[in-house]
Design a protein around this ligand. Structure first.
Ligand SMILES: CCCCCCCCCC/C=C\CC(=O)SCCNC(=O)CCNC(=O)[C@H](O)C(C)(C)COP(=O)(O)OP(=O)(O)OC[C@H]1O[C@@H](n2cnc3c(N)ncnc32)[C@H](O)[C@@H]1OP(=O)(O)O
Length: 304
């Protein structure tokens, strides 16, 4: 994936500072008092995501920190792809745990404002960033564990589905699913394929048509998440799962992962431009814009 020039252009336009232009990122880990051995931990942080790599275990902790709801804006997606790329290229990193710093929310999915009232160029750029994030995460060689510590609709669910393993906080108020149909929009084929690969065709078909958001216990029953744990145990459990996966030789696990995911990844890579055109045509329709506006109004009314 030769995404670097595209990312660089997007970053330049979005005003988000690329990590390579910031003060040396690996130097931003807390300084040790003199005399103590250096902790084998490196950290980098940008506006919306914070990452800490423990070199002794080879595990990075990636935390979304974009209030109020970790919505996947163009800037967020760009930072996410850059963070994944950095870790992927770091020989010290073998696995990443993805979680959120925002109480009760893992991610609220794609930022609806990025899909409302913008021009065709913007829609194209936004959708390319969504694709890029998914290609990097679903196609990652690292072990990826989602520690889902809050609600995770639509694009948020896609992030969790793209990981190798999903652990969710056992709070029934937290829900997860591809609820696009509820917004009057349609999950694209690669969202659907990712979902089918996790839960199977029948469950995916029903859940997608109904735009269901499944409370945590139901998500476990459907196989949409692999286990539920009390929220305070989530990261501990994710680290234990990670250690089990990392006990295997990387090359065998990576080749197996690639074999399982290749067809779905290749499908999007072969149809990327067509997929972007489809998105632009679909999202530009006045009826779709109206549905999205109504959905946003409904969200705001729910508050008052
Ligand atoms: C032929 C086929 C062609 C293919 C076509 C492809 C079509 C497109 C496919 C798109 C794929 C994926 C789509 C998505 O991911 S859409 C996003 C779906 N997300 C949701 O439905 C979640 C909506 N949000 C919520 O349910 C709740 O906000 C929450 C996450 C449960 C949190 O609840 P809360 O009570 O804690 O907070 P709340 O007051 O509701 O929200 C706080 C503010 O944040 C705003 N907001 C929430 N979610 C989003 C979002 N996704 N995007 C932008 N803004 C969001 C909300 O409006 C509040 O704002 P304000 O404070 O009132 O200004």
């Amino acid at each position: 994936m030769a995404a670097a020039p595209i990312l660089a252009r997007r970053i330049a336009r979005s005003g988000v500072l690329p990590l390579c232009c910031r003060p040396p990122s690996w130097d931003r880990a807390p300084r040790q008092p003199p005399g103590l051995p250096l902790a084998p931990c490196r950290a980098f942080s940008n506006n919306k995501i914070q990452v800490e790599l423990d070199e002794s275990s080879g595990v990075a902790m990636m935390k979304f920190k974009s209030p109020p709801v970790n919505s996947l804006s163009l800037d967020f997606l760009t930072e996410f792809s850059i963070s994944l790329e950095k870790l992927e290229n770091d020989r010290a990193c073998r696995g990443v745990i993805i979680t959120s710093t925002i109480p009760k929310i893992f991610s609220s999915g794609l930022d609806i404002m990025e899909m409302c009232g913008k021009n065709v160029e913007h829609y194209g750029e936004f959708w390319r960033a969504v694709q890029e994030m998914w290609l990097r995460l679903y196609g990652s060689n690292m072990v990826t564990v989602a520690a889902v510590n809050g609600s995770s609709p639509a694009g948020g669910c896609l992030i969790a589905l793209s990981c190798d393993y999903r652990i969710m906080a056992e709070n029934p108020k937290f829900s997860i699913g591809l609820n696009e149909a509820q917004l009057g929009i349609v999950a694209p084929f690669w969202f659907k394929d990712t979902f089918v690969n996790v839960v199977g065709h029948r469950i995916a078909e029903r859940s997608l048509q109904l735009g269901s958001l499944h409370p945590a216990p139901e998500a476990l029953k459907l196989g949409l998440v692999d286990e539920l744990v009390p929220e305070e145990k989530l990261l501990e459990k994710a680290s234990a799962v990670m250690a089990r996966w990392l006990a295997l030789p990387d090359h065998a696990r990576q080749l197996t992962k690639s074999m399982m995911r290749k067809a779905v990844l290749d499908h999007l890579v072969a149809h990327r431009e067509e997929d972007i055109k489809n998105f632009i045509n679909f999202i530009s329709k006045e009826s779709i814009q109206k549905s999205l506006r109504m959905y946003m109004e409904m969200l705001k009314k729910k508050k008052s």
